[in-house]
Design a protein around this ligand. Structure first.
Ligand code: C2E
Ligand code: CA
Ligand code: CA
Ligand code: CA
Length: 281
């Protein structure tokens, strides 16, 4: 029994060591990925269901690992965040996305008045002391009209210092940039933060949309979010819309902007251009 206990501990130790070295390997691969050009951006259209117009796109990071193939951000965003690599990678995402959007505008595939480029900003990235200057620099070099940029943040952003967060947001808003609260409803104290953060739009999390047509609780949460957005004067968009019934439900609640597989998965630049060409009125 004593022996088997010792074996169990050794097994535990070597499993821990495997996990630690796998993590270190991943971190190292991620460190090299930028230099090797293995990152790519995909774009998922955002649509106004009332007229079918594409009114924006969310930029989503993709990583093509040389040996292991495409990696989902769900697997590596946290490692980027914890290692601090997100600062560099997030900066790359912002630059790439702004330049792409400026090219779409120059090619008259989108309308400056009716298109938002949405970029995810991680808490660590947002906490950089010169984050505002970095965003302003990106807008300057890409020459993207400032009002076209929307930053998607999550409640995690305020964990450290809410005054600093609000201050940065207000400075960015002075530049014309707007904010969407991502994954809305999944955090722990949405209402407290919502009251203080100058966001312009709420993104209804896909976990509520998924069962909206079968689970009365999820339907109720969506109704409550819609009512709240309306009374606070905030815009609204639903994410993860896969079925027509889900969209019908959302529209019945007066939520007309959506993003999801029902319209399109996130796609590479070429496919996104083709899609814009088709949907241009
Ligand atoms: P998110 O910001 O909530 O992005 C939405 C996710 O839902 C994306 O996953 C998208 O592909 C997926 N999605 C869109 N429509 C549907 C649908 O109809 N059904 C389902 N089941 N899923 C849908 P993705 O691209 O794997 O990204 C996962 C998460 O990784 C993102 O969640 C975001 O938190 C993070 N992420 C992605 N790109 C970036 C980035 O550039 N910077 C930062 N900081 N985070 C990023
Ligand atoms: Ca997002
Ligand atoms: Ca989301
Ligand atoms: Ca999410």
């Amino acid at each position: 029994a004593k022996d088997s206990g010792r074996n169990a501990i050794q097994l535990f130790r070597s499993t821990m060591q495997d996990a630690v070295s796998a993590r270190l390997r991943l971190e190292n691969d991620l460190r090299l990925a930028l230099a090797r050009g293995e990152f790519e951006l995909h774009f998922q259209p955002q649509v106004d269901a009332r007229d079918g117009q594409v009114v924006g796109a969310e930029a989503l990071l993709r990583w093509q690992h040389p040996q292991h193939g495409p990696q989902s951000p769900a697997q590596f965003i946290q490692v980027l965040e914890e290692s601090g690599l997100i600062i560099e990678v997030g900066g790359w995402v912002l630059t790439e996305a702004c330049h792409l959007c400026a090219r779409l505008l120059a090619d008259e595939l989108i309308d400056a008045e009716r298109f938002s480029l949405c970029v995810n900003i991680s808490p660590r990235q947002f906490r950089q002391h010169d984050f505002v200057e970095r965003v302003a620099g990106c807008l300057r070099t890409s020459q993207l009209p400032h009002a076209m940029l929307k930053l998607e943040i999550t409640e995690g952003i305020v964990i450290q210092n809410i005054d600093d967060t609000v201050g940065k947001m207000l400075r960015l808003k002075k530049h014309g940039v707007s904010f969407a609260m991502d994954d809305f409803g999944t955090g722990y104290s949405s209402l407290t933060y919502l009251k203080r953060l100058p966001v312009d739009m709420l993104k209804i999390d896909q976990s509520f949309v998924r069962d909206a047509t079968s689970d009365p609780n999820d339907a109720g949460i969506i109704r409550a979010i819609v009512a709240m957005a309306r009374s606070l004067g905030l815009g609204l968009i639903a994410e993860g819309v896969e079925q027509q019934e889900q969209l019908d439900f959302l529209q019945a609640q007066d939520c007309h902007l959506y993003q999801g597989y029902l319209f399109s998965k996130p796609v590479p630049e070429d496919a996104f251009r083709a899609l814009l060409g088709q949907h241009r009125s």
